[in-house]
Design a protein around this ligand. Structure first.
Ligand code: 5GP
Length: 134
């Protein structure tokens, strides 16, 4: 059975899309640690552990994530964009990109933000338009 993230990348489950190309997809985390918290996934590979990806998919995912992080930094006021990989919840490799003001913003235990659909849409749109410029 397809993972939830495969179904998101296929558009079977809605998401707030930030960017995509033939092989990779970026969308807002539904329980964000900060405004602009984005997940980056390979579309066609459901491996649940990033370091088990084949080298080509791994390298492509990192290149794609770099571009998305540059777009996030341009769209969301932040000191820098933090990167994390956990995979404790969803068994489909994904990279977390989180706009950071302080170290404390990258704390997966803290309470998540509650955003409206309008806010998600506005954030995704502003990152997407920065991505288009790259
Ligand atoms: P991890 O597997 O890295 O521990 O956490 C999975 C992340 O995916 C969590 O931050 C969670 O909020 C996010 N997530 C889980 N299900 C969905 C979903 O259906 N849509 C979106 N946009 N994010 C999800």
């Amino acid at each position: 059975m397809a993972t939830i993230f495969t179904r998101i990348a296929k558009g079977e489950i809605p998401s707030f899309k930030v960017a995509e190309d033939d092989n990779y997809y970026a969308f807002l985390d539904i329980n964000p640690m900060a405004k602009g918290h984005t997940l980056v996934i390979p579309k066609n590979v459901e491996n649940d552990y990033i370091f088990n990806l084949d080298p080509e998919t791994y390298a492509g995912l990192c290149q794609f994530a770099r571009k998305v992080a540059i777009a996030i930094k341009a769209a969301i006021p932040c000191q820098r964009v933090g990167v994390a990989v956990l995979g404790m919840e969803v068994p489909h490799t994904h990279i977390h990109l989180v706009p950071l003001q302080t170290e404390a913003d990258m704390d997966f235990r803290k309470a998540k933000l509650s955003l409206t659909n309008e806010e998600f849409k506005q954030i995704a749109g502003s990152i997407a338009s920065e991505y288009e410029k790259l």
